[in-house]
Design a protein around this ligand. Structure first.
Ligand code: PMV
Length: 313
């Protein structure tokens, strides 16, 4: 049996502005993962896809052209020169909450590409994997920046600018994040599309805010690389980033409630992460167990349906 996994991700700074060429920072979340296993088919021939979390069980040959799992499988098989598809069972599972800005789609695709590469004894480089996954992201999200596939495939903190060779970030001093899930599934494509329509109507207004977000991401990069011994300063940048995200209309009351609760509970700063309108928020917290617990409890009390604690290092 061949088995491969891929992590979730969060965007620390710069979502949305990154679609318009500004820098953003994203980190892998290794505490949650997607997994793909491949086994030779024992009973029936064909390429069978079994994904209980997605309520899917079907044969590749029967899938429609708009099926995201089939797309990444077909792309990878073509890349590996494997036609016709082999007789296998591909089993997919994930502990990453779906559709909440934690990169579940990119992680599932990455795990599939990795598993197929291993199966054919042709392990693919992170850059190759990222490019294949980006093709699927483009199909589903319209105009993705490419940050999700990059951070998930490379599994490293990244300072990402669309179309520019990847810069990895060294984390000078590990820091702790508490991730709070609103439980609201928001479509990245819709949020990004809505913002694009508003940007088209008044580019000057939005470009100014994107510049401000870009500057915040640059400042954050310097702090993270030097080592965040004083998390208050990085937390302040998160709060500033959140304020702009609210102004440009991608936050939501449900996110605002969790963000406020985290700050009250002792976080140094908090913001939404990903596309917004729902999904997840992140809070930067001192690494003492009691503060982590107090922020986590505050989030649950404020309505979070799930909390993940992760260390960025
Ligand atoms: O897919 P999400 O929710 O992590 O959002 C992606 C981040 C955006 O900047 C909003 C879109 C993009 O393509 O970078």
């Amino acid at each position: 049996m061949t088995r491969a996994t891929a992590p979730g991700k969060i965007i620390l700074f710069g979502e949305h502005a990154v679609v318009y060429g500004r820098p953003a920072i994203a980190v892998p979340v290794i505490d949650v993962r997607a997994e793909a296993t491949l086994q030779r088919a024992k009973t029936s021939p064909g390429f069978r896809v079994v994904a209980p979390d997605l309520q899917r069980d079907y044969f590749l040959a029967e899938a429609g052209s708009d099926d995201p799992l089939s797309r990444i499988i077909q792309l990878t098989l073509a890349h590996l020169g494997q036609t016709p598809p082999p007789d296998v069972v591909l089993q997919i599972s994930s502990t990453i909450p779906l559709g909440r800005g934690l990169g579940s789609g990119a992680a599932i695709s990455t795990a599939i590409v990795r598993a197929l590469g291993q199966f054919f004894e042709r392990p693919l480089s992170p850059a190759n994997i990222s490019n294949l996954v980006y093709e699927v992201e483009k199909f589903y999200h319209g105009t993705p920046s490419g940050i999700d596939n990059t951070v998930v495939a490379f599994e490293q903190p990244v300072y990402f600018i669309k179309g520019v060779p990847l810069k990895r970030i060294g984390v000078g001093w590990p820091f702790t994040l508490v991730i709070g899930d609103t439980g609201v599934i928001a479509s990245t494509k819709e949020v990004v599309g809505d913002l694009r329509r508003r940007w088209q109507a008044d580019q000057e207004y939005y470009e100014g805010y994107f510049d401000e977000i870009g500057t915040i991401a640059q400042q954050a990069r310097v702090m993270i690389e030097r080592g965040v011994s004083d998390i208050a300063r990085l937390g302040k940048l998160m709060n500033e980033n959140q304020e702009i995200l609210e102004t440009i209309g991608v936050s939501a009351p449900v996110l605002g409630q969790l963000i406020e609760a985290a700050r009250q509970g002792g976080a140094a700063g908090a913001k939404l992460s990903g596309a917004g309108w729902g999904g997840n928020m992140i809070a930067l917290v001192p690494s003492q167990a009691e503060v982590i617990a107090s922020v986590s409890q505050a989030l649950i009390a404020a309505g979070a349906v799930g909390v993940i604690v992760t260390e960025v290092k």
